[in-house]
Design a protein around this ligand. Structure first.
Ligand code: UDP
Ligand code: MG
Length: 333
């Protein structure tokens, strides 16, 4: 087998319903490119039969398939990092396992790389997701654009191509909670974007609940900007300055001009309880925000392994060995 020039990394979490359709479209699309390639599936601790399907696929195409099996669920972005750490190609393409990213577009990403770009981001022409996901994405794209240095049109699109240098730098960053498209962007010399298709999920349902989406967006914001913390101290300073000014005005009013009628408007606008609740709310939010950073620092300084690999399917012997181990585990459970 020729050394692969292209590595395709696909994170898989509970995708048994869609994997057969993915295999049926992915491999012909890659074969058509006429470049030596490898597909690296990273099974992110699926609790369904995804691992068994991946093993079958590995045995069907062992020349171009490698499978990393995590022992538990560590999240999409760590799964991609595990792929980057093991890739052999000079370029890597990431895509989702649910066929929302058409594998037929990979060739167009590579053409853009041929033109000299080292980072090619996909921009979904249309977005086949529920309306609140689209609205939330638009809002978070805007926030990220404003508070970080990362410039991209569609941060949620995982159909992207990176040069080996970028993937190596991503793998070498020992970050526990990160967002690959953004992290990779910080290492790019010459990034570009192209429009790509987007389809409805072929089967199964989204693996991101609202809660997981919020966590992911905190990773994105805390990982690439300190501005939220800085805004917070700015807000604190502003509130203290305004309070001081209000205090001086009120005292001056009591001492000198108590008969001035226009001042009654301030009493109308000034509801201490509501303002106090507002400030308490802001304080709690600020505390939580600091917690988001501190928690990530804590995870980082513990320096535990970011993930553990149960098995790596690269040779047919490894696949059968893993099969036996897995079946034993099922029997004894
Ligand atoms: N995924 C993963 N680990 C997780 C969640 C998701 O590996 O904890 C994978 C999932 O199998 C899919 C990709 O990440 O290949 C994107 O997930 P999904 O399609 O559910 O996200 P959405 O398209 O709804 O944003
Ligand atoms: Mg999806």
């Amino acid at each position: 087998m020729a050394a692969p020039q292209l590595s395709v990394v696909i994170p898989v979490y509970n995708e048994e319903a869609g994997l057969p359709a993915l295999f049926a479209r992915l491999y012909p699309a890659l074969d058509a490119l006429q470049v030596p390639y490898e597909v690296i599936f990273v099974n992110d601790g699926s609790r369904d039969h995804s691992a068994a399907l991946l093993r079958e696929q590995f045995l069907a195409r062992p020349d171009v398939t490698r499978v990393v099996l995590f022992n538990a669920n560590y999240g999409q972005h760590l799964a991609i990092i595990a792929g980057f750490e093991r890739m052999r190609g000079a370029r890597v393409v990431t895509l989702d396992a649910d066929l929302q990213n058409p594998p037929e577009e990979i060739g167009r990403l590579l053409t853009a790389m041929d033109a000299g770009y080292d980072y090619v981001g996909g921009v979904r022409r249309t977005r086949e997701d529920v309306w609140w996901r689209r609205a939330a994405s638009r809002a978070m794209n805007g926030v990220r654009e404003r508070i970080t240095r990362i410039r991209m049109t569609d941060q949620g699109c995982m159909l992207r191509a990176y040069s080996r240098d970028i993937a190596d730098a991503v793998a070498a960053s020992r970050e526990v909670s990160t967002y690959i498209p953004a992290l990779a962007y910080t290492f790019a010399n010459n990034p570009t974007e192209i429009d790509v298709g987007h389809e409805e999920r072929a089967a199964g349902e989204s693996k991101y609940s609202l809660y997981k989406l919020i966590r992911l967006n905190f990773d994105l914001v805390t990982g690439f900007s300190l501005l939220p913390l800085q805004l917070f101290s700015m807000f604190g300073m502003l509130v203290s300055a305004l309070s001081l000014a209000a205090y001086i005005v009120v005292i001056a009013y009591r001492l000198i001009v108590s008969e001035w009628q226009g001042f009654a408007t301030l009493q109308v606008l000034w509801d201490r309880d509501i303002l106090a609740f507002f400030l308490i709310g802001m304080l709690l939010f600020g505390l939580g925000l600091i917690g988001e950073y501190v928690g990530r620092i804590y995870q980082q300084v513990r320096e535990r392994p970011r993930y553990t690999v149960r098995a790596m399917l690269e040779t047919p012997e490894a696949a059968t060995r893993d099969d036996a181990a897995h079946d034993r585990a099922v029997i004894t459970r």
